[in-house]
Every structure is written in C-alpha cells, then in structure tokens.
Design a protein around this ligand. Sequence first.
Ligand code: ADP
Length: 477
Amino acid sequence: MKNMLIGDQWVSASDGRTLSVVSPSDGRAFDEIPRGTAQDVDRAVQAARTSLTGAWGQLNASERGRIMMRIAQKVLDHEEELAQIEAKDTGKPMTTARNDIKVLARYFEFYAGGADKLHGETIPFLNGHQVSLLREPLGVTAHIIPWNYPAQMLGRTLAPALAMGNGTVLKPAEDTSLSAIRFAELALEAGLPAGALNIVTGLGEEVGAALSGHPGIDFISFTGSNEVGTLIQQAAAKNAVKCVLELGGKSPQIVFDDVDVERAVPIIVRAIVQNAGQTCTAGSRLLVQRSIYDSFVAKVAEAFAKVRVGTPEMDLDCGPVMNPAQHQRVQRYIDQAREQGIPVLAEGQIAADAPATGHFVKPTLFGPVPRTAALACEEVFGPVLAAMPFEDEADAIALANGTEYGLLAAVWTENAGRLHRVAKSVKAGQVFMNCYGAGGGVELPFGGTKRSGHGREKGFLALEEVSTTKTLVHYHG
Ligand code: ADP
C-alpha cells in the first residue's frame, strides 16, 4: 500500500479509499494506491501555495537549479529500482523502462541548468524611464499526465515548472502512479522543500476534475485524450487560467522514391512498435510514393514480421497494452480493418510463454488502407501501422495533412530541396527529416497543432509556458 504526498506528509486518501494497481503483463493486482478526493486536492493546492512563500519560494534560481541537479543524480543512482517499478506498472520491456528513467533524469538536468538562464530584458522607452521585464513563476501549477510514459511525463511537465519556481501538484494516471510516488521520495531526499511538489493519486473524473477545476491553481498542463483535453480546457476557461494541452496524433512517415531504404525501414518499424504503439508521437501512417510502394512496403513487412511481444523480463520489442479497455480498443481497430477487407501485410508475434491473462496484441501492418478508413484517420494508440500510397509531392502533403491531428511528421528522401519543401508544408509541431523520434529529445520544443493540442513542452520554450513576465517602468528623470 502506497501513500501520496501533500506538503511534507505521506498520506492516504481523506476517506481512506484505495485503488488496485494491476500488472498489464498478467492482469493481476499487486499493490494499492490512495483513491484521492477533492478534499485531498484542496490540501495539495494549499500546500503548493504555501510553498511559494516558504522555503521553496525563498530560494534563488541557481539554488533551485542545484536541488534539481541533485534530484537528477538521485534518479540516476536509483535507475534500476525505478526502472523495475516502471516496467512492472506499465508492462514495458526493461530496456525501454531503463531508458525512460534516464530521460527523467535528463529532464531534471536540463532544466536545472535552465533555472537561472531565462533572463528578462530591458526595453527602450520614453526619455527618463528605465523599463525592465521581470520573469516570475505562475504560482500553483497543476499537472495531469497519462499512463504511457509515466516517468518521462512527470519529468517533462514538472522539471520546467519547478525550475521557474512554481508550486506543483501532480496527478499521475490511475494505472501508473508508482514511479511518481518513488520519485517524490527521492526528490525530498535530494532536498526539495516541502510543498514544492505534491502528488494526489486517484481517478481522472475525481482527482483530475477537482484539480483542473480548482480555483486555487494558476496553470494546467495536460497530456492525454482529446475528450479529456476538451474538459480541461473548459475547466481552465472557468478559472481564466492558461493550459498546455498535448493530445493525440496520427503522425505520418512520408517516404519518397529516393529514400535510403536500409536506414528508413528499421526506424519506421520502431516508431510504431515501441511502447506497443502507445505513444502520442507514434508514426502510425506510412505514406509511400506509388512508384516504390510495393517494394518498400514489402521490406517494412519483412521487418514487421520479426517484431516480438512479451513481458518486461523477456525484454523484447514491446510489451502488452495498458489495460483491458485499451486492449479491446486496439483489437477492435484490428478486427474492423480485417472485416473491411483491408489486407494484412505482416503481423508480429506474441511470445509463446507470455501469460494468457496479459493484455497482449499482435502488432499488425495493414495496406493499402483506404484514405477514409478509420485506420487512416483515427488514433489507435496501439502497434498498428497503416500503409498508403501517394502520387507526388503535392499529394503527399495533402495526405499527410488530411487528419485532425498535427503532432509529428517525418520526411524520407535524399533530395534536400524536397525534404525542406515538404517539411515546411506539413502541419506538425515537430518534423523529422530522415530520422524519427521525440521521446528522448528534452532540448527540442514539442507540442501540437490542430487537434493535437497547443502550447510547447521541452526545450527552453517550456520555461516560458510556466512563467510570466512583469513589466517594471521606472521614472528616474
Ligand atoms: P487515456 O485515454 O490515455 O487514459 P485520459 O485522457 O483518459 O487518457 O487520461 C489522461 C489523464 O487524464 C489521466 O491522469 C486521467 O486520470 C486524467 N483524466 C481522466 N478524466 C479526467 C477528467 N474528467 N478531468 C481531469 N483529468 C482526467
């Protein structure tokens, strides 16, 4: 049984209720977390507010940075332990979990260094006046994160907020709260003052709704589904607070006929298979120029058929999907595509000794997928890749931009002019050229356009999102 962190207290839910923690690998409950309440959220927001005038608020920027660097070191010192926790909670392969913990540490390192480097500016104004811009924290920041990359997500959202001196309240996903709880213990050991970080575990419609609608918060960062993203934005509107939303994606891999095939194929397969496709930035659409469509897709199919799925300990290409609801959802997309007669080009394999009670799905490559099919437009959030042919550059751009989403895209061609033309025309927050992948790039501003959300995380732009300015106008004569 775990507790959650409010101020400097490790507490159970105000009404004592709990939620089971279930392993995606075998469907068995192995721990419990508090099922937080609106009252717990209220106390956490108050603790965060109090921290702003307490020990945390009195630190200068470089002192905050030093504590954050110590947190990063603590995470690295406990990498294996945290990776074990993460793998058990999410089902992901141990290698992936270890990488996620390294990325968590990297977020704290990067923003530790950034804490004292977002300078204000001076502005030329009327004679006799000196104008300067002061950079300030927003106040109490709320952070609601999903279950796909629990450790990475908490690093991504909390590190910039702490670097800027905010008091934070984190609501981890109900399926995956364990790494956040252990992380918070380590952060306190590293010297993070009480109240700077509060964690309230529990259900989205209870803790998440209470937190996003709380009148005492100044900012919401949310990563998750479009449906909940809309609710978050409505809650933010009621309190007139800013929100950063990272929602879904249906990211295209745009492959032209002069692609470097040997380089592209393994990266394209990995971009949809990693984390069992439960990645907002998964490259879930494979758009290939018609002249090489058959030969290129055959190569992808060959590699796809070698994908192996298993438990964290088996450490294969990917693990199970998160929970029964996600299992059914992904399987439904696969079954419907088959019923519609969309050809299956390749399937990965589930390890023979993977527990029958685990949430395993076979990675599947479909193609050619009709442009109007659900698989061509909707986010599956599973290891399912939709291949589609296109005619020329203009058609590729139209097809790439033909969904409601705009998170990531990749362009594959050896023609530099085409590479840049297409990259500039594609609607996405990040475009990769002859490469793919955002997960580890903590330095790279990241976020969506269209229904993939708004606001930026990662890089220095994240520091601007979680801070504000005050313009000081001084008449000196
Ligand atoms: P997913 O489909 O990946 O589970 P969700 O958007 O449902 O995505 O969940 C992402 C996060 O949002 C989780 O922490 C979840 O608990 C939280 N959440 C779910 N419903 C709400 C809600 N009504 N208000 C605020 N947060 C919510």
